[in-house]
Write a protein that binds this ligand. Sequence first.
Ligand SMILES: Cc1ncc(COP(=O)(O)O)c(C=O)c1O
Length: 393
Amino acid sequence: MPKNVKKIYLDYASTTPVDPRILRVILPYFNKKFGNSMSLYSFGQEAKEALEESRETIASFINAKPNEIIFTGSATESNNLALKGIAFANRKRGNHIIISSIEHHCIMESAKWLKAQGFEVVSLPVNRYGLIDPQDVKKKINKKTILVSIIHASNEIGTIQPIKEIGKICREKGVYFHTDAVQSFGKIPIDVNKMNVDLLSASSHKMYGPKGAACLYVRKGTMIEPILHGGGQESGLRSSTINVPAIVGFAAACKIAKKEMKKEGMRVIKLRDKLIKGVLSKITGSHLNGHPENRLPNNANFWFKGVEGESIIIQLDLLGIAASTGSACSSVKLEPSHVLMAMGLKHEQAHGSLRLTLGRWTKESEIDYLLKVLPGTIKRLREISPFKKSFKF
Ligand SMILES: Cc1ncc(COP(=O)(O)O)c(C=O)c1O
């Protein structure tokens, strides 16, 4: 953690602190280079230059062209734009949309809303590791299918999907393919051409950039409509005054990731594997959620027999550790995770889940501390559980 943060933060999938190197780069854009990028005078042109330079940086990070990057305010917005924008621009061609059963809430809710507008939405199942079978995508595509949207890497369990194969199928069938790459962006290599995607969402605050900047990659020639109407910024696809400081920070985050991703990934995998091995060996009745190998470098997700995830989070917080039961957005709802349920976990198993996500400032000593305190925490919670009698340890 940056020096002033004393707690142990193991919730990097929820949001990340801004890297001090990025903070330094963006500060002048708040009060010195603060112009509106649409203004014709020099303040505006300075902001416009920074905006277009950022666009180039982010495009080259994923092997896209600069004019294929549309800046938005959040990945929630990018995902809404992808689904609704494609749906409404292509409804003469068809009304059938395919998603998976483990998408982020912003995809699930957008799809639900589209259903209410008369679109047909099919949700694909996953196996016990949270993996989608590309052949299921192939089987479900019909003449009316206009869009397939599959998350690249799960925000909850970290499982990485076979995006390239799914994209190939969509291309052969002439169907647009969108992937929500919020969790994978900056952690594993992304190449929109190799992955056969037409649309891709990413968010700055998940990769050490500031909140308030995100993008939607839109392949040239894609038929898409805006969901915000106004001044016509971002090629008419996202009207709003441009958040230049946040976008400059997003681009700076991509520059750092490009340089450090490989080495940092290997460092984090080592810590994550130590964490997984430690939890599974020290705590009876603990299970790893998600794919054992094909997962994000920084994600570990468990379920513990006979305990509630929320109780673990509260106990860990008292011990100075920040963790999560699932996605940040769903942690306000006391429903079991739809992702874990889709993988076949029972209600009570899904309720006993703990997500630990590592990041740039995670130290080995922090993993050691967690491994020291977690077994006792689970033991104490099991002792006070009203269901104590129904399981033995
Ligand atoms: C996979 C995924 N998609 C979308 C989002 C939404 O991103 P944002 O916070 O930028 O709206 C998140 C955030 O948790 C996420 O993890």
